[in-house]
Design a protein around this ligand. Structure first.
Ligand code: C2E
Ligand code: CA
Ligand code: CA
Length: 319
């Protein structure tokens, strides 16, 4: 009863340059096939030496990641979210950092995709959830009771059968109120969402945990199903905020996402806000919250505590 459309991704390795025996040729064709999938599937790619180096680097990161999980080489930083109308910190986004024992950092944009592909992401996301909840409970005890702490959830976590149970037990174990936590899911992760996942999102909402769509505007959301998702927040992707360079600039996509949010009764937040002009633009259009280097880079929990206690002000928007 269903129409099936097949496409194929082809990797090509050529004898003798790409390998002198079948085993090496097949391995290299496989690497080239992964490249074909990476660049959007339904195409072919020839094996190259650069691909080989990338594959080797990937294998190295996977093995380093395993050690990193065992040895807890990760730590968390937090970036404030500011309510535009009051200039107050109302939320924080949790961001992971990986410091190598030999020195230096590997940025999340580099290791998260590898962790997702290799299945290591589940252990990482669970660790992040637990640490972030423990810290949230501490801030709650300090009296910052309305602070909403966001945690990034990888699309892969949706496939975890015990996601809800784990979320629930982590909240209880760490003494964290569900209403203090928000999960950020990227729009792309939500694109080909199944009925099962929609139910999962509703279950998360029933726990009292808020849900936000990250990087909004970068995927191709079907607006009619957006309507059925139990989301509280839309987060406008930094790429669109970047297009505002002058207060007088027009950014129709930003304007549209803000009015879409308002019409759907969702909170809207702009990420990657770096200038007073961007703030002024967003303020004029009624964007609820902003996050970005303009107010603060992601910093340690102690630095956040100091900011919360001192009531660090939001520098004025340029009018
Ligand atoms: P994201 O969720 O879109 O996070 C926002 C990224 O923008 C962060 O990069 C943040 O440091 C950066 N950023 C914030 N404000 C500004 C600004 O004003 N200017 C510029 N240029 N950048 C800004 P980061 O920390 O490197 O994280 C990159 C991505 O890695 C995140 O994108 C998220 O997708 C992923 N990620 C980070 N932490 C976690 C985590 O704990 N779990 C999972 N699953 N993914 C994570
Ligand atoms: Ca995010
Ligand atoms: Ca984002």
């Amino acid at each position: 009863q269903h129409e099936l459309i097949n496409t194929c991704s082809i990797g090509i390795a050529v004898y003798p340059d790409d390998g002198s025996n079948a085993e090496v040729l097949i391995k290299n064709a496989d690497i080239a096939m992964y490249r074909a999938k990476e660049v959007g599937r339904n195409n072919y790619q020839f094996f190259t030496q650069t691909l080989n180096e990338k594959a080797a680097k990937r294998m190295q990161v996977i093995s380093q990641l395993r050690t990193a999980i065992e040895q807890e080489q990760f730590h968390l930083v937090y970036q404030p979210k500011i309510e535009v109308s009051t200039g107050k910190i109302v939320g924080l986004e949790t961001l992971i950092r990986w410091r190598l024992p030999e020195g230096g950092f590997i940025p999340p944009a580099e290791f998260i995709p590898i962790a997702e592909e290799s299945g290591l992401i589940n252990a990482i996301d669970e660790w992040v959830l637990k640490k972030a909840c423990l810290q949230t409970a501490i801030w709650f005890k300090y009296g910052f009771k309305s602070l909403l702490v966001s945690i990034n959830l990888s699309a892969k976590q949706f496939e975890q059968p015990n996601l809800i149970a784990n979320l629930q037990s982590t909240l209880i174990e760490t003494g964290t109120k569900a209403s203090s936590i928000e999960l950020e899911l990227t729009e792309t992760a939500l694109m080909d969402i199944s009925d099962k996942t929609i139910k999962l999102l509703h279950d998360i909402k029933s726990l009292g945990v808020a849900l936000s769509i990250d990087d909004f505007g970068t995927g191709y959301s079907n607006l009619s199903y957006l309507h059925n998702l139990p989301m509280q927040t839309l987060k406008i992707d930094k790429a669109f905020i970047d297009t505002i360079t002058l207060k007088t600039d027009k950014s129709p996509i930003v304007d549209t996402i803000i009015s879409l949010s308002k019409n759907m009764g969702l909170k809207v937040i702009a990420e990657g806000v770096e200038t007073a002009e961007q703030l002024a633009y967003l303020k004029a259009r009624g964007c609820d919250e902003i996050q970005g280097y303009y107010f603060s880079k992601p910093v340690s929990a102690d630095e956040i505590t100091a900011m919360l206690q001192s009531g660090k002000p939001l520098p004025a928007a340029k009018n």
